[in-house]
Design a protein around this ligand. Sequence first.
Ligand code: ADP
Length: 590
Amino acid sequence: MTFNVRWKLMITYIIIILVILLAITIYLNRTLKSHYLDLTRDRLRHEANLARAYILNETIDLPFSHQIDTLANEIGEQLGLRVTIVDPQGIVRGDSELDGQALINTENHANRHEIMDAHQKEIGINTRYSYTLNTDMMYLAIPLVRQDKNIGTVRLALPLDEINQTLRRVRRMLAVAFIVGLILALFLSYVTARAVTRPFNDMSQIAERMARGDFSRKTIVRSGDEVGQLATTLNQMALQLDRTIREITTERDRLRGVLSGMREGVILTDKEGRIVLTNDALLNFFNVTSSIEGRTAIETIRDAKLHATIEKALKTKQEVIEQIELTVPKERTLYVHVFPLGVPAGCTGTVVVLYDVTQLKRLEKVRKDFVANVSHELNTPLAVIKGYTETLLDKALDDTETANKFLKIISKHVNRMSKLVADLLALSKFESDTYTPLFGSQDLQKIVASSTDTFKDALEKKNVTCTVDLPSDLPLVKGDDKGLEQVLLNLLDNAVKFTPAGGSITVRAHEQESAVKVYVSDTGIGIPMKDIPRIFERFYRVDKDRSRELGGTGLGLSIIKQIVRAHGGQVWVESQVGQGTTFSFTLPKA
Ligand code: ADP
């Protein structure tokens, strides 16, 4: 069983008070009796002196006559005591309690202690049990001396049962006082212990709340003493702690905010390589959903290369850069930078930053492919031009017919190169970040009409019909007229190119909630299913030779995609080989 401080204090107080009360009781009990006896002795002495003076004042002579007993009776009555007058031989001559024969029969008192002491020491005192009165008695005797002649002894006797009664009464009072004192002590010790421990209880409760992170309550400072100072210090400490925790929380939230806002994956490890902190991007890279703190990269992320990179940085205490290829959850290329922490003093851990360079790598590949494609596209006409020019310079100039034929071929390839360069310039213009279409309100009716008009001759020549079916209330669209015309020209060019004689082309449009959707359909050769996903890539053509033959560069659809995107729209294609193709795109309403 454990006692709290209040109980301990109370028990201590009670023990102290009990001991004091007991000591007082025992002391009083002891001293009271002797005090009463002393008082009684003093009283007897005074009264004995009085009695002696009274007796000596009487003219009666000793040996005592019967008047002596009368005198003893008188004095005894006056004093309320037993008075005995004894002659020098010890014979009792007078006694306030005895008369007649009883007095005569009284045994000789010469050997009584008090009588002997009275003659030897001027006063004799004795306390003993009286069989005559059945009680303890105190006897006090003094000598009766007249003109230097011992004429006897006067003895006073007082029964002590009165003292015993008084002592019993006092003891009873002491017992009551003891119990009352004890109750009072209990109450006072409870009040005092409570007063002493209350501030500590308060502080203990506040400290418990603080431990739970609740700093809202303050300790009440009740005094200016040490306890009050302790309470003040506790309050200051709580304030400081609250402030510090708030600062730390703010810092932690900021750090979390920064980390979760980062697209780079971040890991913080300890010096054993165990993960201390990560961010969402990191979990996303490796498709980790559970908490991975406290374990190593190999245990949780299960990437051996990442683990080895962290280990290497911890071992060498130097920055390590690596590239990691991921296949799950999706193909990614990550650059891993591992920075050792606490170097050079001693490595305390690492910060790992993972950059997703998948897109960069893809763009790099696109760029390389693009350069290779452009070089290849330019190479063919240049080789042809070079070959025919050299042949012409060599000898064919003389042969006018051949020269004419050669020059036509050269011209055709120059035109092809020029178309290629024009398409490249257009692509570069529409792809560039600086291209922002002049968002005017454009009437699609007009743009479609002028675009189809461009192909009037070609359509006639190929025997292909073109139908424009636009609703008369078609709303205006927001866009750049040159750009929109380019989209329609490219789509119509393809439709004309890939639709055999007797076929037809239709341009339709309808209004949507916030856009206008335009369709260019043909009944041409169609696009095989497998080529559809790549059809908008630069230089991608289903049949390269055929496209070249028809004067295509493979850039038309890329240019369309860029322009429509820049307008905030989208492009789609639906096609069936041998049945025809429909290209569609949306433009925002003006
Ligand atoms: P090109 O200059 O070769 O026409 P595009 O980018 O405009 O380049 O078109 C890419 C390829 O898409 C074409 O080579 C062709 O194979 C296919 N294509 C485009 N439009 C059509 C169409 N209307 N019908 C069939 N195939 C088409």
